[in-house]
Design a protein. Structure first.
Length: 468
């Protein structure tokens, strides 16, 4: 038995060691796959050119936003995987083992390479080729700060503004300092004290027609050209897939934690808590003072109900001994009931912790679905009409930070305290109601001013008109 356990341990250590040694190759392959996906998007949708709005003006703003999110995702994967590749490679010390000692013969060198102590020159060549390919793919998006796409790789939100093409035109300006070096206008708060003047040669020429009309004409031209039906069908299929993936992922985020909470409460945490409560003789019946007061009030009401029925003739008069006997039975019944409630509150604490861990695990293990859900929610929110956006904002603000919201927050806090068996603290409830809705209201106003005012000014105007 001991020998079997020793073999299992050695096998486990060997597998872990092999997995660790394969980390550089695995990380490089993941970065290489992400670079291949970027190149695939360039070849299929941008004719092998850089992923940018200028290369395909017939694409709508939502399509450009989708490609922008895909590009950011793959570049983030490349950066993360290359960091893992460099860190693991430095730990394994490949650079110190590439050149073999000069006093080894060919047979010894072959054995060392076969055992994995030295990397094969062919493997080194493949690694260099993959790194060169990755550098060639992402080089386009490192040195072009003038476009919205390259700027958004570092600091753009997931859901871009619907007027992306106008933003690109406004940001695609150059300024030069006194030394003639070009700089972008994307950072107007530059800390350099050098005098800056605008380079008028790089500004787009003013158009006679408004941009919205030009976009409409471009869209009509795109719809009338041959093959537009296939493109529309393909776009519809992608939208359908995105919707199905988003709905399924939302259902998983809701159902998996709920099922985990119930299963853990009934089959994992429940038996342990019940055994502890049953074995201990001095197990407390009440977890807090509020539960004890509720039990006393209920017992008092029961006594008064018995006396009232006896006085009005609905029940025979009770002697003091009979009344004490009934009160004793009721007290035992209440004790068992509140003991179950107390153990249930303890079960809820541990079961909810397990459910939260499961929720986080679902989010971490499905990052692609998270990105799809973000894109879907962005399309859903920013695709609403102005009146619908204003209605949702007014409904949300009135519900959570409106005049009647303190009563709802009070009910929520009392329910949470009862769920976890905590004593109800009125001072904490009043302090929470006095501060949290105010913070939430400030967050709503900042979001309206910072993001919605840029992406949909008409929706903000409609919101102000409806709110007044």
């Amino acid at each position: 038995m001991a020998a079997s356990n020793s073999n299992l341990f050695k096998r486990f250590v060997g597998n872990a060691n092999q997995w660790f040694r394969d980390t550089p190759e695995r990380a490089l392959d993941q970065a290489y796959d992400a670079a291949l996906k970027i190149r695939s998007i360039e070849n299929e949708h941008f004719h092998g050119e850089e992923i940018a709005p200028e290369s395909h003006p017939e694409y709508s703003d939502r399509v450009i936003t989708y490609f922008n999110s895909e590009l950011k995702k793959y570049i983030k994967i490349i950066q993360t995987r290359l960091m893992v590749f460099n860190a693991s490679r430095s730990v394994l010390g490949w650079s110190e083992q590439i050149n073999p000692p000069s006093n080894l013969n060919r047979e010894t060198e072959h054995k060392i390479e076969t055992n994995g102590l030295l990397p094969d020159p062919k493997i080194i060549s493949i690694i260099c080729e993959k790194l060169d390919y990755i550098d060639a793919v992402i080089a386009r998006y490192k040195h072009e700060p003038s476009t919205e796409f390259s700027v958004s790789l570092m600091k753009a939100p997931t859901v871009q503004s619907l007027s992306l093409r106008d933003t690109v035109i406004n940001q695609d300006l150059r300024v030069t300092d006194t030394s003639g070096t070009n700089k972008s206008l994307s950072n107007p708060n530059s800390s350099s004290g050098k005098p800056i003047k605008q380079d008028l040669t790089t500004q787009p020429s003013p158009s006679v027609l408004p941009r919205s009309l030009l976009r409409t004409l471009t869209r009509i031209k795109q719809e009338l050209r041959p093959g537009s039906e296939l493109e529309i069908i393909e776009t519809y299929r992608k939208t359908k897939v995105k919707t199905l993936v988003s709905i399924r992922f939302v259902l998983l985020l809701i159902l998996i934690p709920l099922l985990t909470q119930q299963l853990a409460k009934n089959f994992l945490v429940g038996p342990i808590v019940d055994r502890v409560f049953t074995n201990q003789e001095q197990t407390p019946i009440f977890l807090n003072v509020n539960m004890e007061e509720e039990a006393f009030i209920e017992l008092q009401h029961y006594e008064e109900r018995l006396k009232f029925k006896a006085l009005i003739g609905q029940a025979p008069p009770l002697t003091p001994e009979e009344l004490d006997e009934k009160l004793k039975e009721k007290a035992k019944e209440l004790a068992e009931e509140y003991k179950v409630d107390s153990s249930g509150a303890i079960k809820n604490v541990f079961a909810d912790i397990i459910a939260v861990f499961m929720f986080c695990f679902v989010l971490v293990s499905n990052r692609n679905e998270v990105d799809v859900l973000k894109s879907f929610m962005g399309d859903l929110i920013y695709g609403l009409s102005d009146s619908a956006k204003a209605f949702i904002i007014i409904l949300s603000t009135d519900m959570f930070v409106g005049f009647h919201s303190p009563h709802g927050w009070e009910v929520i806090l009392e329910s949470i305290a009862r769920h976890f068996g905590l004593p109800e603290n009125r001072d904490f409830n009043f302090l929470f109601i006095a501060t949290f809705p105010v913070i939430l209201d400030a967050v709503f106003k900042y979001w309206i001013f910072r993001y919605l005012n840029r992406s949909s000014p008409s929706a903000v105007s409609t919101y102000k008109t409806m709110n007044e």
